[in-house]
Design a protein around this ligand. Structure first.
Ligand SMILES: [Zn+2]
Length: 264
């Protein structure tokens, strides 16, 4: 399994071999598009909506999907899951006002729907059920993970599409690594309680660090996803801030890169 760069139409994009091999069109963007302008895909983070729209079009062109299929939610670090169907497909593509409200995960089996989750340190996890051709995409910030976003997304897929966790291929994108993710004792306690065997809190005596990816992996396995079908990118967004936006590295001014996946 690998997470590697493959440029399309001169745009640097990363892909998971596990998803490629299973026939799921997807990409993780970087902070670079064509030319010098930052490839910031968030209307909320960017101060140039026109540039965001142009970059989203460029991304859609590269993936061969229409902008009208791009579906975006207004992420709130919660655990609510939205079902994307013919009605709300395309919401949030061209304006933040139409994004699916108060939601951090989307699921869909609507052919052609392109789900996009934005991030600047948080792991985004794609869940692909090849048997039922159903997709889930979850923004796994620490609040969402403690709140059960991984289990809730899988449960919603099971309910709607008949997904069996054992069939799922789960891929978790670049995120701030334990190398750069110091947390307060309160946050560390929440994770130690929620994932007692997860090894997601690292205490070196001087500081407490969170391995959020380890927590995501544990949450996936607790739901019945096979460890052989889990691929986690080890890329730390803060260490690789030259390539990815990072809130921890850049603060309020950080742009957002995206994990996009398209229901076949
Ligand atoms: Zn790091």
């Amino acid at each position: 399994m690998s997470f590697s760069r493959l440029d399309i139409c001169d745009i640097p994009l990363y892909r998971f071999s596990a998803l490629d091999n299973a026939g799921l069109l997807h990409a993780v963007t970087t902070r670079h598009g064509r030319g010098e302008t930052p490839f910031d895909l968030s209307f909320v983070a960017s101060d140039s909506p026109r540039q965001v729209l142009a970059d989203r079009k460029l991304l859609c062109d590269a993936l061969g999907v229409p902008l009208s299929a791009l579906t975006v939610c207004r992420q709130v670090h919660g655990a609510r899951v939205a079902h994307v169907d013919a009605e709300n497909r395309g919401c949030g593509a061209a304006s933040p006002d139409t994004a699916i409200a108060d939601c951090d995960a989307m699921i869909s089996n609507e052919s052609g729907a392109a789900l996009m989750v934005l991030c600047a340190d948080c792991p985004v996890t794609a869940l692909w059920d090849p048997r039922n051709r159903a997709l889930g995409l979850a923004h796994c910030g620490w609040r969402g993970v403690v709140g059960g976003i991984v289990a809730d997304t899988i449960a919603a897929m099971a309910r709607r599409f008949g997904t069996k966790p054992g069939d799922l291929i789960a891929c978790c994108g670049p995120s701030v690594g334990p190398c750069c993710y110091e947390v307060s004792a309160d946050v560390a306690d929440e994770f130690a309680t929620r994932f007692p065997d997860g090894g997601c809190v690292i205490d070196d005596g001087a500081r407490l660090a969170l391995d959020l990816r380890a927590a995501v992996r544990t949450a996936l396995m607790d739901c019945g996803v096979s460890p052989k079908k889990i691929e986690i990118s080890g890329v730390c967004t803060k260490c690789h801030n030259d390539e990815f936006f990072s809130y921890r590295a850049e603060g309020e001014g950080a742009g957002r890169f995206a994990f996009v996946a398209v229901v076949p």
